[in-house]
Design a protein around this ligand. Structure first.
Ligand code: FES
Length: 121
């Protein structure tokens, strides 16, 4: 086990990705992983959500979309995606994988294992 793996194991798999202040309200930042990019969003209420940075329609970068409430509008064809579940807002269908995320003392931590329920992991 190398140092990075040891740190991950010690922390239960939660990785620190920075301060909440590094993400503008209604904005996002991208966390690059071996399995693909994850978009981490901050709402107007300072809630944080993490989704695979890949729209369920044609793979648009959700991190570049506009956040409204707890939804993000894909920049390519304007599908709306629920930030909590990753599900597309009806009548569109599909989902982007969502990831567990938490904020402790202003520090965002992310689990790289997606939540269940979306086949597009
Ligand atoms: S790729 Fe996102 S709406 Fe088409």
């Amino acid at each position: 086990m190398n140092q990075a793996e040891k740190i991950m194991a010690d922390s239960g798999g939660w990785i620190e990705i920075g301060s909440i202040d590094e993400i503008p309200q209604l904005g996002a930042r991208v966390v690059r992983t071996a399995d693909g990019d994850i978009a981490v969003f901050r709402t107007a209420d300072d809630e944080i959500f993490a989704l695979r940075d890949k729209c369920p329609h044609k793979g648009g970068p959700l991190s570049q979309g506009i956040v409204h409430g707890k939804r993000v509008a894909c920049p390519l064809h304007d599908w709306k995606i629920h930030l909590d579940s990753g599900e597309a807002v009806a009548p569109d269908e599909g989902c982007a994988a969502s990831f567990p995320v938490k904020v402790d003392g202003g520090v965002i931590r992310l689990l790289l294992t997606p939540n269940e329920g979306c086949p597009n992991q």
